[in-house]
Design a protein around this ligand. Sequence first.
Ligand SMILES: [Zn+2]
Length: 579
Amino acid sequence: MRPTLLALGLALGLGGTPYARADTTPPSQPPLTALTKDSGTPEPAEQKRVHFDHAELHIAVHPDTQSIDGKATLTFSALAPTDVLLVDLDHDLPVSAVSVDGKALSAGAWSNPGGRLRIQLPHAVAKGGKVSATITYGGKPHVAKKAPWDGGFVWSHTKDGQPWVGSAVEGEGCDLFWPCIDQPDGKPDLVDLYVSVPKPLVAPGNGVLVGVTEQGGTRTWHWRAKHPTTYAVSINVGPYQELKGEYHSRYGNTIPLHYWYLPGEETQAKALFAEFPQLLDFFEAKIGPYPWGDEKMGVVETPYEGMEHQTINAYGNHYAKDGNGFDWLLQHEFSHEWFGNQMTNANWDDMWLHEGFATLMQPLYARWLDGDAAYYAWLNRLRMIIANRHPVVSGQPRTEEEVYDDSRGGPGQDIYNKGALMLQTLHHLIGDQAFYASIRELVYGRPDPKPGNFRLQYRTTADYMRIVDQVTGKDYDWFFKVYLYQAALPKLDVQRHGGTLDLAWQVPDNLPFPMPVEVQVGDTVHTVPMADGHGSLAAPAGALVTIDPHSVLLRDEPRITEFQQWMKQQRAQRKAAQK
Ligand SMILES: [Zn+2]
């Protein structure tokens, strides 16, 4: 997911681009249950007994009534004996029929009181056995008020009044419109998605297009995607036009390129599409092979800002220009194909692994295209909006919403901005080679990824800490313990007396923090080791001293605290004046 508009406006110096095309007034609708509203709630033992092999989803989208009809056949392998299936599904999409292995169940054999559909199997399944359940359901799916910051369907219209529909469910999860296991590691091995829409609407989807069939006034698009991220399975409907191409990868494979855009925007659409090869080149050069090269790089224009839907990235940035020479939103969402889809947080508590890396990719790309000024200017904007209210990682299992919502004690936007700047500091500390080696290991689980030789990775913060130690041969736990597990940033106390400069790190709980500090004295840059958190060096009276001259140390800085306090006062005054 992208950072919030407020953060973005401040970060990029934009005036808060109004977003007007979606039908923003949601209908009155029942509130979601606590279980449906969150993604990644504690997983019941019954759900852990099964592996999700296959989901065959038939979803008919009815824009005129803002409703869907769904029929899902879910196939599981039993990891342990089980006589029950539990899947998550919003209970406001009533289930009308359930069959197991092709046999209809009586109505008493299933129930869905609070959003967790419980299916009593007619026969227990032994360990290693398989079971398929077909669930027929439908109704009005939950509507998002402000996607993608809250989740649901977005029912919108194009300028000429044609239906334009999208789903974005990262916060609440897949159970908003299909029966699933709403956990980061609940990915089915394979999804066949059949989306039926009124002709002549188009329904771009995840993975590979298997075929399009027509019956009466309905057209059905059949998509097939290998182990898509649960919240990345998406519905997209509109009168789309399509741009197609091919990318010949540095790894020798050929990647299909597709962009579905709204009619009347051909010029802007072609310009955006022209960015696709360069994006792929950057990520493949810096990180490694595009994970879904045998499916496609897909992008669809959506009536909401953006979301990292696997191989069908949601794009809603209105082709905005910001002086960077590339579409930052597309670049951000696309980076999630690596950081989010190929490598997925094992628990939402580790969500910075998605957003911290994804946010660092924009300044790195800016530097790759245009050099250091673009890079440092970007990082400086991110620095202005770090909040430091709560640690980036709690060390406890958390739901997506608990992480995203700083009023519930979550790190909120710090998973983006503090995550990215922490990584920039790490990059400098361990060097280019070790930094990118650590990313390859994190994302692919091996140092030498090539198309076809890697598998999905579910990762924790502890995994990344272990990987950094492994590739460097040193212990960097002290680094992560301070930057990720403490709310406050380390502060560098600098005292100059006589001809000496004394440096001391001030760290929460007096944790060890042997972070070297570069200091420029006159024309010479010295590195002070700070082995026990302290250091000193000669600084003759009158010599010009600059701490951290290369801007690589994420730390508490008075210039920023003062700015943030001033901004807060300004906002309060504006609010008071409006009353
Ligand atoms: Zn994101």
